[in-house]
Design a protein around this ligand. Structure first.
Ligand code: MOS
Length: 734
């Protein structure tokens, strides 16, 4: 539980985090806790023939080795359909087929992590190897594209366009690597009652999945994810550590902890799949976007269980006359991909926004004007009007802030020594959604409240937002508000991700605040009519009807009179019919200034201006943090992040932070974030739309567009590392 303190700055849970008091899943200790270490396959394709555990078992402290040969019975794990229902598209030792390098084949359990780790090196495994294919480039040619969605309009609009750009784009595989590694502690209180400390983005989702797999009632599973050290989508599903920890704990009848190693984080919790795109866009003489044909292919595991929605964005942002989108997934001997911040849309947007930039140079039109001219006036798929949509304001403000009109419109005009300077822009767009969510309030006789929800805070500042909302809805001073979250004992909530967290939770907080007012009104005046409830104002010591001091009553009197210890209210709030009338979206405009060194190929982000529309901003600092973090992700996508796969072995190359490069502080300028901050009350009572994804979507193409403006070379293959810059410069000279 976090308690608001008047003197503190920043987030309600901030002090706990920076002083080490905050406990993450792996940090709990339980009596008799055993440690499990997952062992990955060293081949990428084939069959497990045998596993010799004898030597490993002789290591003092080793308790057991679980594998295909002695896997404990788990009710529904052998049932493919049940596994799919549970969204667990993985192997948990239930068959002996190997589909990728690093696939878990055993769990070594010991008294200490060190014993288990050492013993895991002593397993002797025999495999029968099959042919493997991890070559996305060669393999993707063999799979035909399929339409995604209906073809809109007539293809002649595209083909007869005055200006046409057609290009291929590639983005490397990017991996999730939140600071906190995925970890689980599982503990069975009895045959059918389980407690889990689990790194996740949604405790109820963990509860659901495990209930399905182990065939026990959901309410018998208690999941705690109170603190989450970052999540970009990897915690939206459950992975091996969770299932295997629960499996082992049940089998051994003692608590088991399983923490992934950093290298395991590269294969065991999903990633953004490698992609290829071909895009053809047409623009009319009077600068209207006439048509788009967007084709996408992305890598996939053998289980074919994940589809990345790369082409969806082409159907939404702009009012193209003609739209045709196609996609195919290419199964390889790689682990299972999953959603990663701005899933699909950030990939698709790289292609569209790059092609649009090229069209602008071709047609000699300002890139901002081109976007302003062509923003979809309504949701082009459903025809529904946008509830609110302020991309135009984002564009206008961002352009002004970076002094867009005074930039050099032609490449290679600004040079200082070896450094070229360039400006680029792009937009981000995301369907804003809201899901059903619950929250509760407990009030005591001092008028202190605890607001609780099962929703996790993956780093977004949810707790602080809950303080702000409860304060605004009730009027109670902030220092009397405490927050509990990330625990399945609290009212149910959706997973936090996909930029729907606050948009969903705010409805619940509003509803439960109203429920508290209703309860107070009932006790005080036996009244529960809307008018009374709407006019209640709570303060430090008591409450009254708005501007009627004679109705004032203190909490302590009320609690005494009715002999109450506390008042508890709980509400669940879901979206209404607003989705039948309106379409909802968030958006952002990215305006960047880069410097490119002609001698070293280094790209330096000089300025990043991001203006976002996420509806009402509940907590400006945390909201800005979201956009800053996403912008850093954009730098990674554009310039540094690339997970290489050895084509001969299917092994990941450089699967650690030395080999896989994320931007560090020296790579990141002060990111200038601002918000339109206009509420969308159709979305929910506080007016918040989604925020977060739009900071990443559009970020990478704004960078490559700026690089083009700097050096006149268009990069379509991410990441743009210094070697590519140098090669590009060399080609452009010759
Ligand atoms: Mo999200 S896809 O959990 O950033």
């Amino acid at each position: 539980m976090f308690r608001f303190q008047k003197q503190r700055k920043g987030r309600i849970e901030g002090v706990a985090k920076v002083t080490g008091k905050a406990k993450y899943s792996a940090e709990y200790d339980l009596p008799n806790l055993a440690h499990g270490v997952l062992v990955g396959s060293t081949i990428a394709s084939g069959k497990l023939l045998s596993l010799d555990t004898e030597e490993a078992k002789q290591v003092p402290g080793v308790i057991d080795v679980l594998s295909y040969w002695n896997k404990p019975e788990v009710a529904n794990l052998d049932d493919e359909n049940k596994r799919k229902e549970a969204f667990a598209h993985h192997t948990f030792f239930h068959h002996n087929t190997i589909g990728y390098n690093g696939q878990p084949i055993a769990l070594v359990v010991a008294e200490t992590l060190e014993d288990a780790t050492y013993a895991s090196t002593l397993l002797k495994v025999e495999y029968a190897e099959n042919a493997l294919n991890v070559n996305f480039r060669s393999e993707s040619n063999t799979f035909p594209l399929e339409n995604t969605g209906k073809i809109r309009g007539d293809e002649s609009s595209l083909n007869n366009s005055k200006y046409i750009v057609e290009r291929e784009f590639r983005i490397a595989m990017e991996v999730h690597n939140p600071m906190e590694m995925h970890a689980t502690i599982a503990y069975w209180k009895n045959e059918s009652t389980l407690k889990l400390f689990d790194k996740s983005q949604g405790v109820n989702n963990v509860q659901d999945t495990i209930a399905n797999l182990f065939d026990i009632p959901e309410e018998n599973i208690h999941v705690n994810s109170e603190f989450v050290g970052g999540g970009f989508g990897s915690g939206l599903k459950i992975w091996f550590n969770t299932v295997v920890a629960a499996m082992a704990a049940k089998h051994l009848q003692r608590p088991v902890k399983v923490v992934l190693t950093r290298p395991q984080m590269f294969t065991m919790v999903g990633y953004r799949p490698e992609s290829w795109q071909n895009i053809k866009i047409g623009l009319s003489e009077n600068h209207k976007l006439m048509g788009i044909n967007h084709q996408a292919k992305h890598s996939q595991s053998q289980s074919k269980s994940f589809g990345e929605g790369i082409t969806g964005i082409s159907r939404k942002v702009y009012a193209f006359e003609f739209v045709k989108t196609e996609r195919v997934r290419v199964p390889l001997h790689l682990s299972v991909p999953t959603w990663m911040r701005g899933p699909g849309d950030s990939t698709g947007t790289f292609a569209i926004e790059s092609a649009l930039d090229e069209l602008c140079y071709k047609a000699d039109i300002d890139p901002v004007k081109l976007r302003l001219n062509n923003i979809a006036p309504q949701d082009m798929e459903s025809g529904k009007p946008w509830s609110t949509h302020y991309l135009n304001e984002c564009l206008e403000r961002g352009a002004k802030q970076i002094d867009w009109d005074n930039r050099s419109t032609q490449p290679k005009q600004l040079k200082d020594g070896d450094w070229y300077t360039g400006y680029g822009m792009a937009v981000g767009f995301w369907n804003s959604s809201r899901k059903g969510s619950g929250a509760s309030i407990e009030m005591n006789a001092n008028g202190e409240i605890i607001v609780s929800t099962a929703m996790t805070d993956i780093g977004t500042g949810t707790g602080e937002a809950m303080v702000n909302m409860s304060h605004e809805f009730l009027g109670i001073p902030k220092e009397k508000i405490s927050i509990k979250l990330g625990n399945s004992l609290h009212p149910k909530a959706p997973r936090q991700g996909g930029s729907w967290g606050l948009a969903s939770l705010s409805g619940a907080v509003d509803a439960v605040c109203t429920a508290l007012k209703k309860e107070l009104a009932m006790y005080a005046w036996q009244a529960s009519d809307k008018k009374t409830i709407e006019s209640i104002v709570l303060n430090d010591n008591g409450f009254q009807l708005h501007s009627k001091p004679d109705t004032s009553i203190t909490y302590s009197d009320l609690f005494k009179e009715h002999n109450l210890d506390n008042i508890y209210v709980e509400e669940y709030s879901r979206p209404g019919d607003e989705g039948k009338t309106y379409a909802f979206c968030s958006s952002a405009a990215h305006f960047y200034k880069v410097k490119v060194n002609a001698l070293t190929g280094k790209v330096k982000m000089d300025r990043m201006v991001i203006v976002a529309d996420g509806g009402k901003i509940v907590n400006p600092q945390a909201a800005a943090n979201q956009i800053i973090g996403a912008g850093v992700g954009g730098i990674g996508m554009a310039l540094t992040e690339k997970q290489d796969v050895d084509l001969n072995t299917g092994r990941l190359v450089g699967n650690d932070f030395a080999g896989y490069h994320v931007p560090v502080n020296a790579d990141v300028p002060l990111i200038e974030v601002s918000f339109i901050d206009k509420p969308d009350y159709n979305r929910n009572p506080i007016g918040a739309k989604g925020l977060g994804e739009v900071g990443l979507i559009g970020s990478a193409p704004a960078i490559t567009n700026a690089i083009y403006n700097a050096i006149g070379v268009r990069f379509t293959d991410l990441p743009v590392t210094p070697d590519k810059i140098l090669a590009g410069l060399k080609n452009s000279m010759s």
